[in-house]
Ligand binder design. Structure first.
Ligand code: TRP
Length: 447
């Protein structure tokens, strides 16, 4: 174990896992997916999904990771050497590469916007000017490729240095600072003229809008935001020491993550309605509106750059956790050196990222794929960031609940704590509720 690395403390694990969970999923993906799916009803379904479906899976993944001390492929192999379970691990390894490939494109936007903010490009901006800047930015394909490459390199660099050294230290300072700026933005946004319309959109559910698509996307968002369904939390759990209280740690992680996403919505929607933008604007939504908010804040010239810097780092602590899964696989199972694994997987990811980087206007064909009628980035996000994670989470729940068995998992979970009040609920959730709901939701969308 020692040679694989360990977190230095309980707080270390909570911070690193929250660092993985909190990222663009909260501040970029949650608001735009909420906007696309009609607002408040989506938020409600999302919150229910987090508690009923995702949180039990989170505890399942972390306990499986700590018990086996392995990457996802190794964990399934160790517990069930025969049968197809190891393929679930492989699916996670591939999904990690694929999510990282487009996630790093958006992370590149945060770096680009940091530079724009520092150089004063966002002074006194209205929404039309902001949209123009965004449009020009994302269709500049050379710049997009450069930013993608930079971000993947940063991720590779940190991962090549190893787990506890790099990841924990980042998360420690970053989270409270990001939180502080978010509060500031929130106060400004909800006091803008016509903010009430945005709050209504965000908080007052319209139950007529309930469709299988809304439910699937809300559930997918819950998995995405908590970094579930591809073995990230199995891998991170493998670095947790036995004395730690897993139920309380996972509860905090889910709480932080959800809180920050909900805050992001309170920032984005009042501002969107205040300037009369379309909440269903897609992946560019947040990048279109944030500069406008900053130009309406006293000191925005300072807070703007600071915010985009912090968001870049929040994205980095997430991309690290995406890359860590395939890297841990090659280290454990193929005996590669950490450095070699990080650089090779990083290079492959970069290649897969190219179409996404060109898909927001850089190259016509990738921006609106024939047949599916969406951009490559949207398609990749749907396949890997939603469907694959849902399938992965389903099988993890089945594996922990029925194959490894929830009673064995509970023995692992209660190693760091005598009283796990929700033990019974968790057992029911992981064996029945979670997998049944995931299956029904997936099928209802397909059929
Ligand atoms: N949860 C992160 C976010 O919200 C993204 C992320 C990191 C992720 N690791 C993951 C998503 C594993 C799915 C699976 O930004």
């Amino acid at each position: 174990m020692a040679s694989r690395g360990n977190w230095n403390s309980k707080v270390g694990f909570i911070l690193a896992a929250s660092g993985s969970a909190v990222g663009l999923g909260n501040i970029w993906r949650f608001p735009y997916t909420t906007g696309k799916n009609g607002g408040a009803l989506f938020v409600l379904v999302y919150l229910i999904s987090v508690i009923v479906i995702a949180l039990p899976v989170l505890l399942a993944e972390v306990s499986l990771g700590r018990f086996s001390g392995k990457n996802p492929v190794g964990a399934f192999k160790e517990l069930r050497p025969k049968g197809g379970w190891k393929y679930l691990g492989y699916l996670g390894v591939i999904t990690g590469v694929m999510i990282l490939s487009y996630y790093a494109v958006i992370a590149g936007w945060t770096v680009g916007y940091f530079v724009k903010a520092v150089t004063g490009k966002f002074n006194q901006l209205d929404s039309a000017a902001s949209a123009q800047i965004f449009g020009g930015f994302v269709s500049d394909w050379k710049l997009q490729l450069l930013l993608l490459a930079i971000f993947i390199f940063l991720t590779v660099y940190v991962v090549s240095k190893g787990v506890s050294g790099g990841i924990e230290r980042f998360s420690m300072i970053l989270m409270p600072m990001l939180f502080g700026i978010l509060i500031l933005l929130l106060i400004r946004s909800v006091t803008l003229p016509n903010a009430a319309a945005g709050l209504e959109f965000y908080l007052k559910p319209n139950f007529d809008a309930l469709t299988p698509k809304v439910i699937l996307e809300a559930m997918g968002q819950a998995f995405f935001s908590l970094s579930l369904g591809m073995g990230t939390m199995i891998t991170y759990g493998s670095y947790v020491s036995k004395g730690e209280n897993l139920p309380s740690a996972t509860g905090w992680i889910a709480f932080f993550d959800t809180f920050i996403a909900v805050m992001a919505g309170f920032i984005i929607f009042p501002a969107i309605f205040s300037v009369g933008m379309d909440p269903a604007g897609g992946p560019g939504l947040v990048f279109n509106i944030l500069p406008v908010i900053f130009s309406k804040i006293p000191g925005g010239i300072i807070f703007g750059p600071l915010f985009f810097a912090l968001l870049s780092i929040a994205a980095l602590t997430s991309t690290i956790s995406l890359l860590e899964v395939p890297v841990a696989y090659f280290i454990d199972e193929k005996k590669w050196h950490r450095r070699t694994a990080a650089y090779i997987v990083g290079f492959v990811t970069l290649l897969f990222g190219v179409p996404s980087a060109l898909s927001q206007g850089g190259l016509e064909w990738f921006s609106k794929l024939p047949y599916v009628n969406m951009s490559f980035l949207d398609l990749w996000d749907l396949i890997w960031g939603n469907l694959s994670l849902s399938i992965g989470a389903f099988f993890v729940a089945i594996f922990v609940g029925w194959i490894w068995k929830s009673s064995n998992a509970l023995m692992e979970i209660t190693k760091g704590t005598e009283n796990f009040k929700f033990a019974f609920f968790w057992m029911i959730a992981v064996k029945f509720i979670s997998p049944a709901l995931i299956l029904v939701i997936l099928l209802s969308k397909i059929l």
